[in-house]
Design a protein around this ligand. Structure first.
Ligand SMILES: C[S@@+](CC[C@H](N)C(=O)[O-])C[C@H]1O[C@@H](n2cnc3c(N)ncnc32)[C@H](O)[C@@H]1O
Length: 438
């Protein structure tokens, strides 16, 4: 593809993302490339990288364009990105919009005036509002400030770093060393993780989906933070475990591995599509102690299983405000009212799932958000409603999770697991571990 054709494809992809504002951009991008299999690997990477960078910088690019009294169309977003982030000259940008069969139409008069106004500008300007400078949308800024305090700027900046590719060795199939050796034999270098006992990190994000190690279920793709949440459940052989918001079973798989396939895990979710994905992953990983249950309105499943589980994990639906490295569009896909709706949904889920925990059992509440209202405040509210539960401090849970002597120190101080890219090079995660009195 020529540079101009890549620009045209980027504009089309951004248009498709804008037409489906509630759909995650990676789902739209996957469908976009599936429908255009003729686009080769190099072009695909270049188009995806530019589109991702535009989505990552969208708050700032919108600000620049709207300041010129114009609406931020996909074409103008690309123009602004080429100038301010890729440092193309005015003339190079004009050449990129050269017209013709595979190229974008030449810039219209009003687009040229935006181009001229932005040429030689800087992406970050002193007169930008704080939320735009930090690249933290207004709906998330109070929570970010509360959570990170003096580290706010550092924490926000780290949400723009590229995320590494994290894997979890599936102990049902191999050890972590065997998985690392198998990947190395396929030319994929990885290193053990700092905290997760099963984790392997591929710093250069080399794709692994076609590797034998992945296809045969020796490794799963899973952020280190997600692995640590599974670790804190303390799931062990013979237990009864409910993964209440199981999604595509990322944590079910990790817990099955901890349980050596012994005992029972019920992976519940309200999404049939996600549970279908879960079943396929469970098969590939050789898990045979887990079953999926689709929760439906009026379902009596939860009522019938009151107090029956040793461990209940609530990996709650959330804003994903800790995952902006991987899902940059989650910044602008979410609004204040989504946050409010999610907070009340999380509360209801926590209450329902809490009823499943047997006396003496463990409840783990987790999110991939860094906002206190979705995290610590949610757990504190639950503890007020359910005084028969008490927090299990992180230090204690952490020590219990490592049977051997070479445990690393806990990743953070305080009662909860609170991970953030600038401190741990994981996504931003929260987990609170509670114990029900016996
Ligand atoms: C953060 S995702 C789970 C990710 C998953 N645990 C993993 O590790 O891959 C949250 C999940 O909660 C599910 N969910 C939403 N509302 C729910 C509800 N009322 N009850 C149970 N699950 C729900 C969503 O469908 C979604 O799959």
């Amino acid at each position: 593809m020529t540079p101009a054709a890549r620009i045209a494809a980027t504009i089309t992809l951004l248009d498709e993302v804008a037409r489906a504002p509630r759909r995650p951009a990676d789902a739209t991008a996957n469908a976009f490339f599936r429908a255009r299999r003729y686009i080769g690997g190099g072009d695909r990477r270049a188009i995806a990288e530019r589109s991702w960078s535009i989505l990552r910088q969208k708050l700032r690019l919108d600000w620049h364009i709207e300041k010129r009294g114009t609406q931020a169309t996909s074409r103008l977003l690309v123009v602004a990105h080429l100038l301010l982030a890729e440092h193309w000259s005015e003339q190079e940008v004009q050449q990129g919009f050269s017209g013709g069969r595979f190229n974008p139409d030449p810039l219209a008069v009003e687009e040229v005036s935006v181009l001229r106004a932005l040429a030689q500008g800087r992406l970050i300007q002193p007169e930008m509002p704080e939320s735009v400078v930090l690249n933290v949308p207004e709906w998330a800024l109070p929570g970010y400030r509360q959570r990170f305090g003096e580290e706010l700027a550092e924490a926000a900046a780290a949400m723009e770093w590229p995320a590494p590719l994290d894997l979890r060795a599936n102990l049902l199939r191999c050890t972590r060393d065997e998985a690392a050796k198998a990947l190395a034999a396929e030319g994929i270098a990885c290193e053990p993780m700092q905290y997760s006992p099963w984790g392997l990190r591929i710093p250069d994000r080399r794709p692994i989906l076609n590797s034998k190690a992945f296809k045969e279920g020796w490794v799963e793709i899973q952020d280190e933070g997600s692995q640590l949440i599974a670790l804190l459940t303390g799931a062990s052989p013979g237990m009864r475990v409910a993964d209440y918001c199981a999604g595509a079973a990322g944590k079910t798989l990790a817990m099955a591995s901890m349980m050596q396939n012994r005992g029972r895990i019920i992976a519940c979710d309200v999404s049939a599509i996600r549970l279908e994905g879960a079943s396929a992953r469970l098969r590939r990983a050789g898990v045979n102690n887990a079953e999926c249950h689709l929760l439906t309105p009026g379902d009596r499943w939860t009522k019938r299983r009151r107090e029956q589980f040793d461990v209940v994990l609530v990996d709650a639906p959330c804003t994903g405000s800790g995952t902006w490295r991987r899902n940059p569009d989650a910044r602008t896909r979410t609004e204040n009212r989504d946050l409010e709706e999610l907070v009340s949904k999380q509360k209801a889920i926590l209450d329902t799932a809490g009823a499943l925990v047997r006396p003496g059992g463990r409840l783990v509440y987790a999110t991939c958000s860094v906002l206190p209202e979705e995290d610590s405040m949610q757990v504190e509210g639950f503890l007020e409603r359910r005084p028969d539960f008490a927090p299990l401090p992180l230090e204690e849970v952490w020590a219990g999770a490592w049977s051997g002597s070479n445990a690393p120190s806990p990743p953070c101080p305080g009662p909860w697991l609170e991970l953030a890219p600038h401190r741990h090079n994981t996504d931003g995660f929260f987990a609170g571990v509670l114990k029900r009195r016996a």
